[in-house]
Design a protein around this ligand. Structure first.
Ligand code: T5A
Ligand code: NA
Length: 209
C-alpha cells in the first residue's frame, strides 16, 4: 500500500471505550502533549457529524430520526470510508492522527443490539488498521455516574453493559487496556507513556495496513 517513505509516516492512534469512559478528555490532552513535543498531529473523531452522512447519524443518535439497525450500522461505516483517503494522505505526509472512536465502536455497538458479529465487521475491512488502540476500561455503572448521560440513544446502562461484552471480543494485539476509573491525570500519564513507548518510535518503518 505505502511504497514510498514509510520512514516518516504518522501513527494512527485510536481511543475506544464506553460512553463517558473519558476518550475525548484524553484525546485532547494527548494532542497538546504531542504538539508540545513538536510532532505533526491532528485530532479526529467518529462519528464525524459534519458530513452529510454524519448529519444523518447525528439525527439518529439524538432520536430526531429512526433508522433500521443495519442501515445505521452501514452509515457509521460509510462515515469512516468517506474519510479514508484523507486519512491515508495525512499519515503518509507524516501527520499522526489521534482518533476518538473507530471501527471497534462500529462493531461493538451494533452487535450489542443483536446483529451478527461477522456481518458487523465486514464493512470495516479495508479501512486503515490502527498502530495502537487505547481502550479506556470502566464498569458501565461507574461510567453512568459521570456527569450523567446526556440523553443520546445509546446512553443507557443496560445497553452499555452489552457493549462492554462485545468490546471484549474485539481485543487484538494493537490494544492497550487502561483502568479508566483512575483520576484523569493518572490515566493521562499512562496514555503518554504508552504512546511514546509503543507508537512514536516503532510504527515508522511499518507499512500501513
Ligand atoms: N457509535 C459510534 C456507534 O454506534 N457506531 C460507531 O461506528 C461509532 C463511531 C456517539 C455514539 O455513537 C456510537 C457510540 C456512542 O454512543 P460520541 O459522540 O463519541 O459517540 O459520544 P461519546 O463517546 O459517548 O462521548 P462522551 O462524551 O459521552 O464520552 P467520552 O468522550 O468517553 O468521555 P469524556 O472525556 O467526554 O468524559 C465524560 C465525563 O467524565 C469526566 C469528564 O470530565 C466528563 O465530565 N471524566 C472523568 N471523571 C473522573 N475520572 C476520570 N478519569 C475522568 N475522565 C473523564
Ligand atoms: Na466523547
Amino acid at each position: 500500500l505505502m511504497g514510498e517513505n514509510n520512514e516518516s509516516r504518522g501513527a494512527l492512534v485510536v481511543f475506544e471505550g464506553l460512553d463517558r469512559s473519558g476518550k475525548t478528555s484524553q484525546c485532547g490532552r494527548l494532542l497538546s502533549y504531542l504538539e508540545g513535543l513538536g510532532h505533526s498531529v491532528e485530532l479526529w473523531r467518529f462519528p464525524d457529524r459534519t458530513t452529510s452522512v454524519g448529519k444523518m447519524i447525528s439525527a439518529y443518535l439524538t432520536s430526531k430520526s429512526q433508522l433500521d439497525d443495519r442501515t445505521i450500522h452501514l452509515l457509521f461505516s460509510a462515515n469512516r470510508w468517506e474519510k479514508r483517503s484523507t486519512m491515508e494522505t495525512k499519515l503518509k505526509a507524516g501527520t499522526t492522527l489521534i482518533v476518538d472512536r473507530y471501527s471497534y465502536s462500529g462493531v461493538a455497538f451494533s452487535s450489542a443490539k443483536g446483529l451478527d458479529f461477522e456481518w458487523c465487521k465486514a464493512p470495516e475491512i479495508g479501512l486503515i488498521a490502527p498502530d495502537l488502540v487505547v481502550y479506556l476500561d470502566i464498569p458501565p455503572e461507574k461510567a453512568a455516574e459521570r456527569g450523567g448521560y446526556g440523553g443520546e440513544r445509546y446512553e443507557q446502562l443496560e445497553f452499555q453493559r452489552k457493549v462492554a461484552q462485545q468490546y471484549k471480543l474485539l481485543e487484538d494485539s494493537s490494544w492497550k487496556i487502561l483502568d479508566a476509573c483512575r483520576p484523569l491525570e493518572d490515566v493521562q500519564k499512562q496514555v503518554k507513556e504508552i504512546v511514546l513507548e509503543h507508537v512514536m518510535t516503532c510504527h515508522k518503518g511499518k507499512p500501513l495496513s
